[in-house]
Design a protein around this ligand. Structure first.
Ligand SMILES: Nc1ncnc2c1ncn2[C@@H]1O[C@H](COP(=O)(O)OP(=O)(O)OP(=O)(O)O)[C@@H](O)[C@H]1O
Length: 514
């Protein structure tokens, strides 16, 4: 069959229902044939018996130079990964599916064809063939918003499942609300052994031991929230709640109630019983204020007062309530600049800036990329239930050369996309390059090897304030000397050519958080 019989150019519509039905079926067939990207038919044995014009343009990508090489062949011999055979065998349609093969990724539909009445084709209802429809080619562009949304929802669902599972294994599960407020990460979750990663973890561990506010500064997706969890988890408050507020995500008008809570009937529409705010919920634990740079000025004054006094006033209560929470704030914005522009209170800035920690962007620690790729890949595999993909060394080098404006979150997104769109377990540079190009990622340089990524990290470490670098070198030298003398202070001071008093003095100053 080379073409489907054309719809009869009937001068008048048939009056009988069966005729209308037949006409509708033919019109639908023609409609699909013209609006879809391509269509073909197979007979009951799975042999291709018809293709429309649209489908012909996929033939070169499938490896055929002429229609004869395609037509008349068994469908699985000419369309890799097709599921048409399943449709023929089960008689069940597959209305929407993703098909991946060497020609690309397609959204497809497969519909069985059944004999209408006993006749030459077969018994009534018997499957006599199937239609394959390519609804969209390049779904990555046409369906991108849908795919991104799906990926986001899937991730949220996975997070919720994981949290639930960990609560079930947790003796604290009987307090469901408590379970949600435990920290999810420890320092071990912060992957990275580059000098910059080691340095930020060291500072963060120190900060965890202190009771002062911590300020995490860094670009989006660098792991500020992860570090906040880790700081809480290794602090003396680890048994308390970890409560977080994303200031940018809460409308300004609701922030005060969110922070400080409200008294019963405090305002129209308020819960009759009143509600505790996040400060109170974090009592005895840590309060993570994410995106602190987005806090409205009016509330900044109230936050400052709360931090200074250790008391909050729930809305409409006229009562001061003491609280005891350690504040960990984070922002990707330039706080000193916001202070200069009068958008952030200077006094609040100094109050929060007691233990500032700069979380390095991924491009300053590119040598961490292989370890991150492995950890993220394992996590993704755990969630999807599939084996983790293998990333070839040239693909890794390509990843190490990107700008990564969205840092680890962006890296994860790229890995998810490439895994989702690859048929094989092995991801190479060519596959990756396509995704990176589509994502509009800017390439800074292409390290020939991962060794050059290490060199670049070391170079980035040299471009920090000198005092910081000298202090670090001193700390390393003292640690090495102490290790080699088995902790003997006198021998250590001799080895380093300093007095014992100086050694003690340096060791104490290094104990203080940076
Ligand atoms: N060093 C790391 N090791 C492993 N995963 C990381 C690391 N840093 C960040 N991630 C992961 O990257 C994602 C983004 O991290 P996180 O939310 O902590 O970043 P952020 O700096 O708080 O971002 P934002 O400023 O946009 O809120 C999370 O899924 C986190 O688990």
């Amino acid at each position: 069959m080379s073409a489907v019989p054309p719809v009869a150019a009937s001068p008048a519509l048939p009056l009988d229902a069966e005729g209308i039905l037949a006409l509708a079926a033919r019109s639908m067939f023609h409609l699909f044939s013209s609006i879809s990207q391509g269509m073909f038919l197979v007979d009951r044995s799975g042999r291709i018996v018809w293709v429309n014009e649209g489908y012909r343009r996929f033939l070169p990508a499938l490896g055929f130079s002429s229609i004869d090489q395609f037509m008349g062949h068994m469908v699985e011999d000419v369309i890799p990964n097709t599921q048409m055979r399943r449709v023929l065998e089960t008689g069940e349609p597959i209305l929407v599916d993703l098909l991946n093969n060497k020609a690309g990724t397609f959204v497809v539909s497969r519909i069985p064809l059944r004999a209408e009445s006993d006749g030459r084709e077969g018994q009534a209802g018997e499957v006599i063939g199937a239609i394959g429809i390519v609804l969209f080619d390049q779904p990555e562009t046409t369906l991108q918003p849908l795919i991104s949304k799906f990926a986001l929802l899937q991730r949220d669902l996975d997070d919720a499942r994981r949290e639930l599972a960990s609560q079930r294994n947790n003796p604290l599960y009987q307090h469901a609300a408590d379970g949600q407020r435990r920290s999810k990460y420890t320092f071990a979750s912060f992957i990275g052994s580059s000098p910059a990663a080691v340095e930020v973890k060291r500072h963060a561990r120190r900060a965890a031991q202190s009771a002062s506010p911590v300020l995490l500064l860094g670009e989006t997706g660098t792991g500020k929230e992860l570090l906040a969890h880790a700081i809480h988890a290794s602090s003396a408050r680890a048994k308390g709640h970890f409560v977080s507020v994303n200031i940018a995500a809460v409308p300004d008008t609701l922030l005060e109630a969110e922070f400080f809570g409200f008294a019963p009937g405090a305002f129209t529409g308020a819960d009759r019983r009143g509600r505790e705010g996040k400060f109170k919920l974090a009592d005895g634990g840590s309060l993570f204020l994410d995106e602190i740079g987005d806090m409205p000025l009016g509330l900044q004054a109230k936050l400052l007062r709360a931090l200074q006094e250790g008391e909050i006033e729930p809305l409409g209560s006229n009562k001061l309530v003491p609280f005891d929470a350690r504040v960990i704030a984070a922002t990707s914005r330039d706080l000193p600049e916001l202070v200069r522009r009068g958008l952030f209170r200077e006094d609040l800035y100094y109050r929060l800036n007691v233990l500032p920690l700069r979380v390095p962007p991924l491009r300053e620690r590119r040598s961490d990329i292989p370890a991150l790729v492995e950890a993220l890949g394992e996590d993704m595999a755990l969630r999807s239930g599939e084996a983790p993909s293998e990333i070839t060394p040239d693909a890794l080098a390509l990843l190490a050369g990107q700008h990564w404006r969205g840092n680890i979150r962006e890296l994860r997104n790229v890995l998810e996309q490439v895994t989702m769109r690859s048929d094989s377990q092995r991801i190479d540079a060519a596959q990756l390059e396509r995704i990176l190009r589509e994502a509009g990622l800017e390439q800074i340089e292409l390290p020939a090897t991962l060794q050059s990524a290490h060199d670049a990290d070391e170079q980035a470490m040299l471009l920090r304030p000198l005092a910081q670098q000298v202090a670090e070198l001193e700390r390393k030298a003292i640690a090495a000397a102490l290790a080699s003398t088995g902790g003997n202070k006198l021998a250590t001071s001799r080895l380093l050519g300093i007095s014992r008093a100086t050694l003690y003095e340096r060791m104490t100053s290094q104990e203080r958080p940076a």
